[in-house]
Design a protein around this ligand. Sequence first.
Ligand SMILES: *Cc1c(COP(=O)(O)O)cnc(C)c1O
Length: 331
Amino acid sequence: MLWKVLSYPRFRLTTLPTPMERAQRLGSELGVNLYIKRDDVMELCFGGNKVRKLEFIVADALSKGADVLITRGATHSNHVRLTAAAARRAGLEVYAVVTPPGSLALQGNILLDRLLGAKLVPVEKVEEADEVMLRLSEKLRAEGRRPYVIPAGGASELGVLGYTLAALEVLQQSLDLGFKPDYVVHATGTGATQAGLVLGLKLLGASHVKVVGISNGRSRGEMLSRLVRLVNSTSELLGLEVRASEDDFTVYDEYSFGGYGVITKEVVKTIKYVAEVEGVLLDPVYTAKAFYGLSDLVHRGVIPRGSNVVFIHTGGTPINFQYAAELGRYL
Ligand SMILES: *Cc1c(COP(=O)(O)O)cnc(C)c1O
């Protein structure tokens, strides 16, 4: 059944698989066998989880004859940066509607967006961003352009396919490294990453591997309904019978530290701790919160000591530069 995903049109943006490495010191301090799947290590402009989604999305845009991509995200959005880079790789233009939080100062992702020549459209109210994208799309079409709109975070059925394939990668690499994963833990936002992993594991007959999403803002209830919707619509797109229910997903929403984009002392301490112990750089919006969540779940015994845990580093490291002042407060 995974054949349908493997053979789906993709526009290659990076070499896969990404590395997966044992985090010996960090794991032994935590009390689990810890492996880090380095989705922050990719060729496309500092990498991150959006690259896998964009491989399927950009292929679709090209097949429909698009000449310009339109998307949206927070001002510090990794998705906007990577959509801009992917667009350029494919010879397309790119517009991005950007909303708070995050600074428009020329640093981090905003600097990269500008270097890539993304046309940024700042909008104050997040609720209006989708509408602004649609109006922009109509305007460009009226001018004879062929726009293609990508939802926030690349959270579409095509986006989900990126992590459906990544599930195969994780299992294959685990076997190569000589272990069987008990848990796959990662930051969850729009849900496409988690939906893809869960769908991929289902298609591989490996649903005993528990995927744990640490929400960086959305409530557990909202995440669960998004995840069910994404898995089911992706399965339908593939013409498969697989259907998900809320019981298929594990989401924790108590590690968002005040919500999306809020950076607290604990978040900065987590980035510093992981950097000092393992030499791996996390980010303050997604991966540091996810790693804090993982540590707490182990301390609480929810994830038993001695488990084999794969932490997916979903990227986001350029955000550190955008929030240098906030981070500096707690160094
Ligand atoms: C977008 C993003 C996420 C969340 O992924 P979703 O597929 O939207 O749930 C996690 N980590 C980083 C670094 C991201 O940029």
